[in-house]
Design a binder for this molecule. Structure first.
Ligand SMILES: Nc1ncnc2c1ncn2[C@@H]1O[C@H](COP(=O)(O)OP(=O)(O)OP(=O)(O)O)[C@@H](O)[C@H]1O
Ligand SMILES: [Mg+2]
Length: 230
């Protein structure tokens, strides 16, 4: 089992497009690379819904006495998510060690095989799930997502602090123009911290339709930037 690069797609702000952009980038890159997605959002997993495999269940295999999940393959992407394994109501009351344990297990007990990139779709916030991913899974890079709103920028900076305190390289930030903001924003807070602007993603009404996304010039641009920087 070998994973060449792990990229955490993150923002402490909820609903800024982390899951959608992860899925779109993975869909584009999966045409030429071996791609996986770990949905680390234990309370509200989404990837299984985005890829229309919500009713699938990963099979379990036994390798050297260890039980491993076989990830669901969809659009040539290997996907594992708590959404396949657990009903959401149960996870909703998890805290601290249970949450960390679940993410750890999901990562370690999945037969990822050979991957060029594993994307980790991060939950919002900077709580236990974050710390487990950053300190134990140790992503090679963090990709920050923000919208142009001030609140999103402020919250995304919290993710920046968490990743930088734990020495995760921050590959840059993406602005998801989810609210069709037209006012010019400078993003000085990111630039002052030497976080590169990678690109913007426009509001698209069919953004959840990955046939459409894989043809998005913005997603292609960001994906190609990532390949160059990895
Ligand atoms: N560029 C876009 N154009 C149109 N709709 C978008 C765009 N990006 C995201 N959306 C929509 O915005 C909503 C929130 O996106 P998404 O769930 O990907 O955000 P998130 O950051 O992963 O949320 P959470 O913090 O809850 O995990 C979804 O309904 C999604 O379809
Ligand atoms: Mg999400």
């Amino acid at each position: 089992m070998s994973i060449k690069k792990i990229i955490a797609v993150a923002s402490a702000k909820g609903g800024v497009g982390k899951s959608t952009i992860t899925a779109a980038l993975a869909s584009y890159l999966s045409k030429s690379m071996k791609i996986g997605i770990l949905d680390a959002d234990i309370y509200g997993p989404n990837q299984h819904i985005l890829f229309n495999v919500a009713n699938s269940k990963p099979n379990i295999t036994n390798i050297d006495g260890k039980k491993l999940f076989i990830p669901i393959t969809v659009n040539n992407i290997k996907l594992n998510s708590m959404g396949f394994i657990l009903d959401e109501d149960k996870a909703a009351v998890w805290r601290g060690p249970m949450l960390s344990g679940a993410i750890r297990q999901l990562m370690q007990s999945t037969l990822w095989g050979e991957l060029d990139i594993l994307f980790i779709d991060m939950p919002p916030g900077t709580g236990d799930a974050y710390l487990t991913v950053v300190s134990e899974i140790k992503p090679d890079h963090a990709l920050l997502i923000t919208t142009p709103s001030k609140l999103s920028i402020q919250d995304t900076l919290k993710s920046f602090s968490t990743f930088s305190k734990l020495n995760t390289n921050i590959i840059g930030f993406i602005v998801n123009n989810i609210f069709r903001q037209t006012e010019k924003i400078e993003y000085t807070e990111f630039l002052e911290r030497s976080v590169n602007f990678i690109g913007g993603v426009n509001f698209e009404k069919d953004f959840h339709d990955f046939q459409f996304n894989t043809q998005s010039i913005e997603i292609e641009f960001i994906a190609n930037y990532l390949i160059k920087k990895l």
